[in-house]
Design a protein around this ligand. Structure first.
Ligand SMILES: [Zn+2]
Length: 405
């Protein structure tokens, strides 16, 4: 195994160069993934893997876990990439990363990568292109060292992670399966078999709009909405009280009920005839997405004010990311931990509080799933996003060891 480490170390600069090359593709989620997918297909094909590019089927739009974007998405280009290598043993694993990135915003140099102080800087370096490079170099190392993996491996480079996970959903629904899934996102090389969930709610309140001169005859929807807020705060306290989960103890408050937006009324001299409130709820895998949706609905249905009970409506039209957890004694968790420790990483096992594609593999695909990857999630989506080359190479070693074990 010393030769594995030495080999990867010798290809360090080359790996950083590949990451810089990937960053130059402006693969913004939902529009720009096509070219990078074809480029990567060639790279994996040249390694001798069995490669296919599969378009996301239009029928995916009917699936309950499909994420709607602000605009209708076109799936006639932008394929998912699959690259398979058969192992000598009976077990299999999917290694998943995504090629789409969030927009550059006001970062003019986002797609002009720089390599500096042991880091590659550019949009997508830490989310998630460095992770594609980690996977690629793990497989390259095995090829060049003449080692066949014991586990059969399928690399999946998916599209549209940043807009909600439709690429991964398509991969799952078209039947790609394995005994375990490693979703590559930055976790400081910790192994994350559990993920917090998040759901966005929308509450609509009716009122009776009248001119303020006849204020007693109206019903003010904004004031009625205000009565909902203390009930939401109580609900947050309940979630906190129920959130004692061993994998989330390191977080100060892993669950939340947020009030994000309130709108209502039409005119200063009118009693507000309508109000709308939108917000988010973060929850642990001790609850399902459905539980949270039911509990929020019940809060309004059981509200002490009969007006709120009858004239309000809650819905969940936007983000709906389920929480999940994979058993700690699953071979995926124990095996990856062993490989991490063997490579000199901590092998820490912990929960994750940001959402990614993992929930889909775990919940829709019903496969044991962990999130794992180099460097810190703090880098993702930031201006000056960057990735540590050391960590990227370390992740390659851990993956290669896991495939051999
Ligand atoms: Zn990501």
């Amino acid at each position: 195994m010393r030769e594995l480490k030495a080999f990867l170390e010798s290809r360090r600069d080359e790996a950083a160069g590949l990451l810089a090359e990937l960053i130059r593709f402006k693969s913004v989620a939902g529009e720009g993934e096509d070219e990078i997918q074809r480029f990567l297909a060639e790279k994996f094909r040249a390694l001798g893997l069995e490669v296919s590019l599969e378009l996301v089927p239009e029928s995916i739009k009917e699936h309950p876990s499909y994420t709607r974007a602000d605009r209708e998405l076109d799936y006639s280009r932008r394929p998912n990439l699959f690259a398979a290598w058969k192992g000598s043993g009976p077990k299999s694993v999917i290694l998943c990363a995504h090629s789409d990135v969030v927009p550059a915003g006001d970062w003019t140099e986002a797609f002009n990568p720089v390599i500096q102080n042991g880091r590659v800087i550019g949009r997508g370096a830490a989310d998630d292109k460095g992770h594609i490079v980690s996977i690629y170099y793990a497989l390259l190392a095995l090829k060049e060292l003449g080692r066949q993996p014991r586990k059969s491996v399928e690399v999946q480079v998916v599209i549209e992670e940043e807009t909600g996970g439709n690429g991964a959903l398509a991969a799952i629904l078209t039947g790609h399966r394995a005994d375990g899934v490693i979703v590559m996102e930055s976790t400081d090389l910790s192994i994350c078999p559990a993920n917090r969930g998040a759901v966005w709610y929308k509450i609509e309140m009716q009122g009776v709009p009248v001119h303020m001169g006849r204020i007693r005859e109206g019903v003010n929807a904004v004031e009625k909405m205000a009565e909902v807020i203390p009930v939401l705060r109580q609900y947050e306290n309940k979630l906190i009280a129920e959130s004692n989960h061993p994998l989330f103890r390191e977080y100060e408050q892993p669950v939340q009920v947020n009030i994000g937006m309130i709108k209502g009324g039409d005119w200063p001299a009118m009693v507000a005839g309508w109000a709308e409130m939108e917000g988010g709820v973060g929850f642990l895998p001790t609850k399902s997405l459905e539980d949270v949706q039911k509990e929020l609905t019940a809060l309004l249905q059981n509200h002490p004010d009969p007006w709120v009970r009858e004239k309000s409506k809650v819905s969940f039209p936007k983000l709906h990311n389920d929480a999940y957890e994979t058993r700690l004694d699953d071979p995926l968790v124990t095996g990856l931990k062993e490989s991490a420790v063997a490579a000199g990483a901590s092998g820490k096992v912990t929960g994750l509080i940001v959402s990614c594609d993992a929930r889909l593999y775990a919940k829709v695909g019903q496969m044991p799933t962990v999130v794992f990857g180099p460097d810190s999630i703090k880098q993702a989506h930031s201006r000056e996003e960057s990735l540590s080359i050391d960590e990227m190479v370390k992740a390659s070693e851990i993956i290669a060891r896991y495939l051999l074990a």
